[in-house]
Write a protein that binds this ligand. Structure first.
Ligand code: ATP
Length: 235
């Protein structure tokens, strides 16, 4: 059974159909990416999964139907979104942001261990734990947003454009960490405009265009596919 199984997902904003009935799944332990151009409907797909916009269609997560649940109930079932723009609390410290990520948990000893693990993954956050999050660089804020989501021990981590607006060196660091998190066994659905990067780090990929999935397959095969190379990899 897939951890996440989506059938006929649609998201609309008034008359604008952003997602036009897509099917996809994510298995336990996989890193799957959803790639496509700006405006293809990738963010809307993630927002629909989290209940941040109203989804139509069928979403099952760990065998349970999600589409009529409010966002907090979806989060409580183990889905965590790191949104585009990160959504960190700028006037709280790094450490306070990480505490917020664990607010639903009732296992303080395990939370402490996970905090140590998060600081191990992101040593820069450890150095800056008392600093106000709003004063971090863009890349550090992205690290904090990912670390905060991990503090909730998600069953599925949704990452929306983690490379957005970052310098190439920082993008490389973020992607190394995403690979490390996946190697730890965290299941990830990654949305990226940067198809090259996303295909390198993921096992499987879905290509989205104008609200529809037009191509899917193993990431290594898709990276070699002439059509994908021409459309998304700048060839
Ligand atoms: P991006 O990388 O820019 O986030 P995307 O593939 O994630 O692109 P979406 O953000 O999901 O695409 O947008 C899909 C379509 O829905 C676009 O045509 C966009 O203009 C439209 N759209 C997105 N959010 C809204 C909104 N809040 N109100 C109206 N239209 C929206």
């Amino acid at each position: 059974m897939s951890l996440l199984r989506v059938r006929g997902l649609k998201v609309a904003y008034g008359g604008i159909q952003a997602v036009r009935g897509i099917d996809f799944e994510v298995e336990q332990g996989e890193l799957v990416c959803l790639i496509g151009a700006n405006g293809a409907g990738k963010s809307s797909t993630l927002k629909g999964l989290m209940g941040l916009v109203k989804p139509h269609g069928e979403i099952s997560f760990a065998g349970e139907r999600l589409q009529h649940l409010p966002t907090h109930a979806i989060a409580a079932r183990g889905m965590a979104l790191v949104p585009e723009g990160r959504g960190i609390f700028g006037r709280m410290t790094v450490a306070e942001n990480l505490d917020m990520g664990a607010y639903l948990r009732t296992d303080p000893n395990a939370v402490r261990a996970d905090l140590a693990h998060a600081y191990g993954l992101f040593p820069r956050l450890a150095e800056r734990r008392k600093q106000l999050a709003g004063t971090l660089s863009g890349g550090e804020q992205q690290m904090l947003a990912i670390a905060r989501a991990l503090m909730g021990r998600p069953r599925l981590l949704l990452l929306d454009e983690p490379s957005m607006g970052l310098a190439p060196l920082m993008v490389g660091k973020i992607y190394e960490t995403i690979a490390a998190i996946a190697a730890d066994g965290v299941t990830i659905l990654l949305v990226e405009q940067n198809a090259n990067l996303a295909l390198q780090v993921s096992q499987r990929a879905y290509v989205m265009e104008s609200g529809e999935i037009t191509l899917t397959g193993g990431s290594a095969e898709l990276a070699k596919d002439a059509q994908v190379r021409a459309a998304y990899l700048g060839d």
